[in-house]
Design a protein around this ligand. Structure first.
Ligand code: CA
Ligand code: CA
Length: 427
């Protein structure tokens, strides 16, 4: 859709998105470990995933049942899982396709749900009662198939083109590497109506393509995250029937994460780091490094941060359509974003103060930013000054830390070429 037209426009930058080359270098991609200084996941013990796996703990999987079995095998032992081809998540235990209707509880139907909880008759009250309970049972039926847990000391890597479609990988252990995968279209068949989310209410969904839940030492490298073209949804009660949640959410006290050279595209709520304002398990954690990622045609949350010391450097932000765009950097409660040398290409007329959004944070470090607006040449922009000029109260510039783990900080002018040729699977 828009992506194709937009990719064409990239030639304005003298750049093209080329087809992924074949796996290069002859090295075993399952045995790769994180560099000693490559972001927060390099802290303390570093991140090696399953690189030390014994021969019996190396698996190659081509369908959901095999992936689920490999993930469950020999817990805690170093483990390498190679993925070939497309793994479909919306299947039964014998890998036969299951439709949304197939997951539905007998007592649930969308028409009945829409009739029962219409704010015009039900009021602005969260749904409850038998139909909501049937929706929740339906969602649990789907979750049982599409959500797969990834435990400690695991590497999952695509061999050639490898897609996880309709699946949520939920990382819950320490020391995990995810590489060379296309995470596509984790969709919820049973979105829930929340009349109290915004003034107009919202349809909210459960599944992220990748979810880090209390996970530590995680390296997410050279992957692609998208809705897989599943972008057209109807509206009910005047709001989009949103079937997606995040592309990559990092929550519940997750810590020491490096997200490098990924492509994240065509999605609204992209990356949430910390999912509650309550200072429970997140204080002092949620330390994440994001570098050399492509955020293309993203609505919001690139990322949205609470609590964490998050280093955001050398990322490329492409905003093709202001109608789809809310903001990029979300400054949440006690967030400590240290943004350096990022490159933004945005439409003419988009206010520069909109690139940053206030979510109850107090400070933002943002230096070395280049912005190319409309057909203009890139120019240095002080994101913090632009935000403060347009908004009150102002954000401060001192986030209280400087990033200790940086392998290579490139100048922002080099970022478009480096990211467009280097980010994503097969690079
Ligand atoms: Ca989520
Ligand atoms: Ca101001």
């Amino acid at each position: 859709m828009r992506w194709k037209a937009f990719a064409g426009c990239l030639t304005l930058l003298g750049l093209t998105l080329t087809a992924a080359p074949a796996q290069a270098h002859g090295r075993d991609p399952g045995r790769v470990v994180l560099g000693a200084h490559d972001g927060w996941a390099a802290a303390t013990t570093g991140t090696t995933g399953g690189a030390a796996a014994a021969p019996g703990d190396v698996h190659t999987v081509t369908k959901r049942s095999e992936l689920a079995a490999a993930l469950a095998a020999h817990p805690g032992a170093p483990k390498i899982i190679y993925v070939r081809g497309t793994i479909e998540g919306n299947v039964d235990d014998q890998d036969r396709p299951v439709s949304c209707e197939g997951f539905a509880d007998p007592a649930y139907s969308l028409p009945a749900y829409l009739a029962a909880y219409d704010p015009a008759t039900w009021g602005k009250v969260p749904p409850s009662g038998p139909l909501e309970e049937a929706r929740a049972r339906s969602q649990a039926n789907q979750a049982k198939q599409v959500v797969l847990d990834v435990g400690a000391n695991t590497t999952i890597v695509g061999l050639g083109p490898a897609t996880l479609h309709g699946l949520t990988l939920r990382v819950i252990g320490d020391n995990v590497i995810l590489e060379n995968l296309h995470f596509s279209d984790a969709h919820d068949c049973f979105p829930q109506w929340d009349p109290l989310d915004t003034a107009d209410g919202n349809w909210n969904s459960e599944y992220d393509n990748l979810d880090l839940v209390g996970a530590t030492h995680v390296w997410v490298d050279h992957n692609e995250f998208s809705d897989g073209g599943n972008v057209q949804q109807p509206s009910y009660y005047g709001r989009k029937y949103e079937v997606h949640d995040g592309l990559l959410d990092i929550v519940n006290g997750s810590d020491l994460v490096t997200v490098s050279y990924n492509r994240l595209r065509e999605h609204d709520k992209t990356m949430l780091i910390g999912n509650t304002d309550k200072p429970t398990y997140d204080v002092g954690k949620l330390r994440v490094t994001l570098h050399h990622n492509l955020f293309s045609d993203i609505g919001q949350r690139a990322p949205r941060v609470r609590y964490g010391q998050v280093h955001v450097y050398d990322n490329l932000y492409l905003v093709p359509d202001p109608a789809d765009y809310t903001y990029s950097l979300g400054v949440g409660v006690q967030s400590k974003i240290y943004a350096e040398n990022n490159f933004f290409r945005i439409p003419a007329g988009l206010p520069l103060g909109q690139l940053v959004h206030y979510w109850k944070g107090t400070a933002l470090h943002a230096t070395g930013t280049l912005v190319a607006q409309g057909n203009q040449w890139p120019r240095p922009v002080d994101l913090l000054a632009e935000y403060n000029a347009a908004n009150d109260p102002d954000l401060g510039s001192d986030v209280g830390w400087t990033p200790p783990f940086v392998e290579r900080l490139d100048p922002a002018w080099a970022v478009p070429a480096l990211v467009l040729t280097g980010a994503g699977p097969g690079r």
